[in-house]
Design a protein around this ligand. Structure first.
Ligand SMILES: Nc1nc2c(c(=O)[nH]1)N[C@H]1C(S)=C(S)[C@@H](COP(=O)(O)OP(=O)(O)OC[C@H]3O[C@@H](n4cnc5c(N)ncnc54)[C@H](O)[C@@H]3O)O[C@H]1N2
Ligand code: MOO
Length: 330
């Protein structure tokens, strides 16, 4: 049903009228964008182009109390939704785009996004939660669906999100990290350690530093001695590589478990990375690294590390949910 506030005027009769909204042109494979901007005053020479993009009429709006233009509604929605380190652009074709102002971890409240999209005439599309984003990375776009919208729907969103962060980007905290490399084959020099360069590169990408690497054979006491040393040094994160699976020489999980004040998980459903262990000694996270880190670019370790480096604690429930969509092959 057409809104009674919208008056149609034939394009040929529209010279001197102001456009009420952006007009879009699409030429498949060549162009998609704004051909005319809201506020443009129509001139005689615009008429052929307006007809070419399929506009035989334009709208003039006869405003009533309690309604908003799509641009104003999109700005209000974006302001309500944008949290820390999120910027918004000017409306374009009725849509406001939210971008990150920093390099960090995108946090999207999925449940709130669903609630917002339940509100009549409101549309919010976001990236998935926990993506690593760069300055300028697009996070979301929002608009209302009609050209003029009842203000009450925008107010409903504003109330829904009050005091909550729908979309924000968290900064990575520079962690000082200790690495305990276990495995008698490495300790005795039979093979060269390959974990260090991989770990170093992954940490540095987030602004953290591997401050020291210690080596231990497959011996619980000796592994624990090195872990304890890092605890005393007050590192921010301890990583333990090697010996995480089922062989009799795989001692790392026992060594970590005995020292831990909390074990969040020993194992994940994600592949690769099923042998990842997450524990805490006091406030210091201790990760037992799956062997897959040595040969796969993305494992459960890569899913969890950015969370820890923004200062978050990953829950067992989140670990369980890594299985869905978490088959990367190995
Ligand atoms: N029968 C089963 N086999 C395997 C299982 C399982 O559950 N049942 N799990 C698989 C998974 S998943 C992983 S991951 C791997 C290896 O797990 P580990 O963490 O126990 O690794 P290791 O046994 O200590 O070593 C495996 C392999 O990697 C070499 N390695 C170890 N550390 C280093 C290092 N610092 N630098 C270079 N190379 C290293 C080591 O010499 C072995 O060759 O187990 C699967 N199998
Ligand atoms: O824990 Mo493993 O990394 O799946 O090969």
């Amino acid at each position: 049903m057409k809104n009674e506030m919208l008056k149609e005027i034939r394009v040929e009769d529209a010279v001197g009228y102001t456009l009420a909204h952006d007009l879009t042109k699409i030429v498949p494979g060549e162009f998609k964008g704004r051909a005319f901007k809201k506020g443009h005053v129509i001139r005689e020479e615009d008429i052929p182009e307006l007809l070419n993009i399929g506009k035989e009429h334009i709208y003039v709006i006869d405003w009533k109390e309690g309604y908003l233009h799509e641009n104003d509604a999109a700005i209000r929605l974006a302001k309500a939704i944008a949290g820390k380190n999120v910027e918004m652009n000017d409306p374009y074709e009725g849509k406001v785009t939210l971008t990150s102002s920093i390099y960090g971890l995108a946090k999207i409240d999925e449940e709130l996004v669903h609630q917002i999209n339940h509100v009549q005439d409101v549309a919010l599309a976001t990236i998935v939660n926990h993506k690593i984003v760069q300055p300028g990375s697009k996070l979301a776009g929002t608009r209302v669906l009609p050209l003029i919208v009842e203000e009450k729907w925008v107010e409903k969103v504003e109330q829904l999100v009050k005091g909550k962060a729908v979309i924000q980007v968290k900064e990575f905290i520079p962690f000082k990290v200790g690495l305990v490399t276990t495995g008698s084959e490495v300790y005795k020099g039979r093979i060269k350690d390959r974990f260090r360069p991989i770990i170093q590169r992954k940490l540095e990408a987030f602004g953290s530093t591997l401050i020291e690497q210690r080596f231990a054979p497959d011996d619980i006491d000796l592994i624990q001695r090195e872990i304890n040393d890092f605890v005393e040094k007050k590192v921010d994160l301890i990583l333990v590589s090697g010996g995480m699976s089922v062989d009799p020489d795989d001692r790392s999980p026992f060594a970590i478990r005995e020292l831990a004040s909390e074990v969040v998980t020993q194992g994940t459903p994600m592949l690769p990375g099923s042998m990842l262990m997450i524990a805490y000694i006091g406030t210091i996270p201790v990760l037992g690294l799956p062997g897959g880190v040595l040969h796969d670019p993305y494992t459960a370790f890569d899913a969890v590390l950015p969370r820890i480096l923004v200062g978050e604690k990953v829950t067992k429930e989140e670990i369980i949910r890594l299985g869905y969509g978490g088959y990367f092959g190995c």
